[in-house]
Ligand binder design. Structure first.
Ligand code: ZNH
Length: 141
């Protein structure tokens, strides 16, 4: 799991995104749909044009879940348990897609943070987002 150093790095960097965090969610989703069009099939009921209200509001929800995760780095399984059930039993999102979204979130974080997105921060976020994806995938069978 994440080392104590990685945990504090993630918390510090996440704090820095506070004022533009909601946009990070929407931008990551738009990037997901553009770069990996197959992911759009999960959102047939959404207006997927750039900056649409649905992308923005869904982006806020995803980011809020990540904020919960950042606060519970020691206990991700429990913190994301409901979300994990939702994805496994109701939404049935193929877990490969979690990696694709993680990728897009990283690119958007890098765009927002510029030089502050150092290789160390990148490595820590990669581990963090993989851990979130693992929890969201753990109830599939
Ligand atoms: Zn998901 C939903 C989160 C990934 C698909 N999500 C959701 C929500 C949240 C989330 C928070 C909301 C819930 C409620 O409402 O309750 N996700 C999340 C996260 C992640 C994810 C954190 C990672 C990181 N998802 C994902 C993917 C996909 C998805 C990858 C595909 C592609 N989700 C989804 C859907 C939904 C969700 C489809 C539903 C939407 C609506 O609204 O309808």
């Amino acid at each position: 799991m994440l080392t104590a150093e990685e945990q504090s790095l993630i918390q510090k960097v996440w704090e820095k995104t506070a004022s533009h965090r909601d946009e990070i969610g929407g931008e990551s989703l738009y990037r997901l749909f553009t770069s990996y069009p197959s992911t759009k099939t999960y959102f047939p009921h959404f207006d997927l044009s750039c900056g649409s209200e649905q992308i923005r509001s869904h982006g806020k929800k995803v980011v809020a879940a990540l904020s919960t995760a950042v606060k519970s780095l020691d206990n991700l399984s429990q913190a994301l348990s409901e979300l994990s059930s939702l994805h496994a039993y109701n939404l049935r999102v193929d877990p490969v897609n979690f990696k694709l979204l993680s990728q897009c979130i990283q690119v958007v974080l890098a765009l927002h943070l510029g030089k502050e997105y150092t290789p160390e921060v990148h490595a820590a976020f990669d581990k963090f987002l993989s851990a979130v994806a693992a929890v969201l995938s753990e109830k599939y069978r």
